[in-house]
Design a protein around this ligand. Structure first.
Ligand code: TYD
Length: 135
C-alpha cells in the first residue's frame, strides 16, 4: 500500500480563498464525524495507533505537523504545511503525529463515529495483525 495525499483546488476571488470538500469527490468515504486537534503542547506525539476499519482524511488548516505512517511494509513521513492538501489515513495504518507548530489546527474527517473498539493502540498487536494478514 502507498499513502495518498489529496490535492484540493482553492477557489479564489477578490474576497480571498475557499476550499470545499465533498463526500464522493475530494473525500472518498461518507463523512460521519469531524474533529480537530489544536493547542498541542511542544514535544507532544499524538496518534500512536491504527484503526481496524475507520477511514480518515487529515488536513492541516493552519501551521504544520508531521505524520509518520507505517502499514507494516512501508514507512513514510509527511510534513503537512498546506491547507490545500489532505493526507488519507486508511485502515491498518499505524500513524503518529509530532512536531506540531503552536498554531497548528489539524482537521480530520472520519468515515464513522468514535468507537474505541476500532482502535489498535498496541504496536505489538498491530505488528502481529499485519503478520497474520501476510501469512
Ligand atoms: P485520541 O484518539 O487518543 O487522540 P490522539 O490519537 O490524537 O492522541 O483521543 C484523545 C481523547 O479524545 C480520548 O479520550 C478519546 C477522545 N475522542 C473522542 O471522544 N472522540 C473522538 O472523535 C476522538 C478522535 C477522540
Amino acid at each position: 500500500m502507498s499513502f495518498e495525499i489529496n490535492q484540493f483546488t482553492p477557489r479564489g476571488d477578490s474576497q480571498g480563498w475557499l476550499i470545499a470538500l465533498e463526500e464522493g469527490r475530494q473525500v472518498p468515504f461518507p463523512i460521519k464525524r469531524v474533529y480537530y486537534i489544536f493547542g498541542t503542547k511542544p514535544g507532544v506525539k499524538r496518534g500512536k495507533h491504527a484503526h481496524r476499519k475507520l477511514r480518515q482524511l487529515a488536513i492541516c488548516l493552519s501551521g504544520s505537523c508531521r505524520f509518520i505512517m507505517d502499514d507494516g511494509a512501508t514507512r513514510n513521513e509527511f510534513l503537512l504545511t498546506s491547507n490545500t492538501q489532505g493526507l488519507q489515513i486508511d485502515p491498518m495504518v499505524w500513524h503518529e503525529m509530532e512536531e506540531f507548530s503552536a498554531d497548528c489546527v489539524l482537521l480530520v474527517l472520519a468515515s464513522d463515529i468514535y468507537d474505541e473498539s476500532d482502535y489498535i493502540r498496541s504496536k505489538d498487536e498491530f505488528d502481529s495483525l499485519v503478520y497474520q494478514r501476510q501469512h
